[in-house]
Design a protein around this ligand. Structure first.
Ligand code: DGT
Ligand code: CA
Ligand code: CA
Ligand code: ZN
Length: 575
């Protein structure tokens, strides 16, 4: 995505937050929030658009368009600058704490002068919040919990998608430099971890200086942390650290293996080498006694010399991949090109940004064999869905089916699993959908017993084929719900309900470890983008990466199946 869109999205979102903090009209804050999301999800680069084209973006009217143009012209939005002058930056930090809204944040600032997370922690420990109107012991607990969620997710790590955007851009630029033999990213990003501490880039070249110089000279480089002949570390303007290492082409394989990690995987491979009288380092595989080089050019050769098949990076976490490799039992992992369709997507009939036609065209362009439209059901009240609207949508979907000749359309919905496990519509109504996804969108704080029963009840509904984002966590924003997931996985296996691997980079839900547990129960999975705009469909790659980290093959994943087999699975659930 174009960077101007990201920057405009961030500014509009900040403006929305600042309006809310200052107690402005809620609808105005909401309007800027919607505009922010729409710009973020807009497929065109906003810096190439004129006033008229800007206003064609959903939720962008004259006043927002003017602000975007001002930003493109001057690099600032004066209204945001004015609002910033009134509300200290720290207060906006406070509203990022789960459980603390803009109203409470402003009260804390006005009554107690609190304008940072640290000051808030001090105030709680000194019990200074107790006397404030609207604050009690329970609020304190919620705030403390919220801060710990924020800090745990934070720890300086960023979402895999944000790191990937930067890494791919760097790899493209460094690959252009004369003398570049190979260039790729390694580390946790190559292993597709859900969050990334720093980006590790490797180059194979005879001379390192041109690459180091290019990295330090990039406009996005804000600070050079350390520069040397073998390794240069920089920090980008967004605060992300990038380590660039330049290797001699002959030791490419050894360097790539070493710097891909994980540390735990490397400890295992080194121990395996030692047992065979070898020594493995980032420079190569050597005979321990003579020091003679055995091999170093490719990862395949190094693994082969250790008696292993090449191990996919997503498995390199010391979760049994070495033992499985030695036995010749590594899974044939799901690949992004195995995915035949997307089974959880939205349109602008609810909170999506793009009309049905655009979503379908974008899905067809991805080469899908089938595609499900699953807008929100009525109990998510803000979306104002009705039976009439969804039936009208079904007509539109049926009419469009065949327009993209190779892709079949499925009409579904994303149901809300109510506090007691009941769903939005009666079974007779559900029976006419091609596919029902059911998800939890509210009452996250129920007891473990209630949450477990609620999910199991949804699985037992004969028309629910997929449980959407099963733990509801949002990385860095909301913790997972406290349910007994072993019991849920067991129920999914028993009832033939698939579990979603939601590919949105902020969700990645189920996560890798849950997938490993669920698979032991014999559960099937659906890897879905949950796209709310055409630009979200490519999030699929992060879902596939997560599925790989959970050792899944295409047999485990219902949307890697041919449509006939998928339909049979759905029929098993009543559709
Ligand atoms: P991150 O950056 O925290 O998301 O995680 P990684 O895995 O990218 O870790 P990083 O950047 O510290 O190092 C990249 C890889 O280099 C790591 O996965 C394995 C390798 N590596 C780095 N330091 C060591 C070390 O002290 N011992 C071993 N065995 N490997 C290391
Ligand atoms: Ca790293
Ligand atoms: Ca690193
Ligand atoms: Zn949802």
């Amino acid at each position: 995505m174009a960077r101007a869109n990201d920057q405009v999205e961030a500014l509009l979102q900040e403006y929305a937050d600042l309006i809310a903090i200052r107690g402005g009209e809620a609808f105005k804050a909401r309007a800027y929030e919607k505009a922010a999301r729409a710009v973020g999800g807009c497929p065109q680069d906003v810096s190439t658009l004129d006033a008229k084209a800007l206003r064609e973006i959903p939720h962008v009217g004259k006043s927002v368009a003017d602000k975007i143009l001002e930003y493109l012209r001057t690099g600032r939005m004066s209204v945001v600058d004015e609002a910033r002058a009134v509300v200290p930056a720290g207060v906006r930090e406070l509203i990022a704490i789960p459980g603390l809204g803009p109203h409470k944040a402003m009260t804390l600032y006005e009554e107690l002068g609190i304008s940072s997370v640290d000051q808030l922690l001090d105030a709680i420990h000194q019990e200074r919040l107790r006397d404030l109107k609207g604050f009690g012991e329970r609020t304190e607990e919620n705030i403390l919990h919220g801060i710990s969620v924020l800090q745990k997710a934070g720890e300086g790590r960023i979402l895999v998608s944000a790191a990937m955007d930067i890494a791919e851009q760097l790899v493209a630029e460094l690959s252009e430099i004369p003398g570049c033999v190979r260039c790729t990213y390694a580390g946790s990003l190559r292993r597709m971890r859900e969050t990334i501490g720093d980006v590790d880039i490797l180059v194979a070249a005879r001379r390192s200086a041109p690459f180091m110089d290019a990295l330090t000279a990039l406009p996005s480089t804000a600070e050079v942390i350390a520069g040397g002949e073998k390794k240069t570390s920089i920090r980008t303007a967004t605060g992300l650290q990038v380590d660039l290492r330049v290797l001699p082409p002959a030791s490419w394989g050894a360097g790539l293996q070493y710097f891909t990690g994980s540390k735990a995987h490397n400890i295992r491979t080194r121990a395996l080498a030692v047992r065979q009288g070898l020594k493995l380092s980032e420079y190569g595989l050597f005979d321990a006694e003579s020091g003679a080089s055995v091999t170093s050019a490719t990862e395949e050769e190094i693994y082969a010399r250790l008696g292993l098949p090449w191990i996919p990076p997503t498995l390199r976490e010391d979760r049994g991949e070495i033992a499985a490799g030695l036995r010749g039992e590594l899974p044939d992992l799901l690949d992004e090109k195995d995915i035949r369709g997307d089974l959880h997507t939205h349109t602008d009939l609810t909170d999506g940004l793009a009309p049905l036609e655009d979503m379908v065209a974008a899905a067809a362009a991805r080469g899908y064999a089938y595609y499900a439209v699953t807008d929100h059901a009525p109990n998510l009240y803000m979306q104002r869905m009705t039976s009439e609207k969804i039936l009208a949508q079904r007509e539109a979907v049926r009419a469009l089916d065949g327009a993209h000749h190779k892709m079949r359309l499925l009409h579904g919905t994303e149901l809300n699993i109510g506090p007691d496990g009941t769903l939005d519509w009666p079974d007779e109504f559900l029976a006419d959908f091609d596919l029902c996804v059911a998800s939890i969108h509210s009452h996250f704080d129920q007891s473990r017993q209630e949450l477990t029963r609620r999910l199991i009840r949804a699985c037992e509904n004969p028309y629910v084929a997929v449980i959407g984002h099963p733990t509801t966590r949002r990385i860095g924003k909301r913790p997972r719900i406290d349910a007994d997931f072993d019991a849920v996985f067991e129920a999914c296996a028993r009832t033939g309900t698939a579990l979603e691997i939601n590919a949105h980079p902020e969700r990645l839900d189920l996560c890798d470890e849950d997938i490993l547990s669920a698979k032991r129960y014999g559960v099937k999975f659906a890897v879905n983008s949950d796209a709310h705009s055409t630009t979200h469909l490519p999030y699929m790659r992060y879902g596939v990466g997560t599925a790989q980290r959970g050792w899944l093959t295409k047999d485990d994943v219902i949307n890697a199946w041919p449509l006939t087999k998928l339909r049979k699975f759905l029929r098993g659930k009543g559709a």
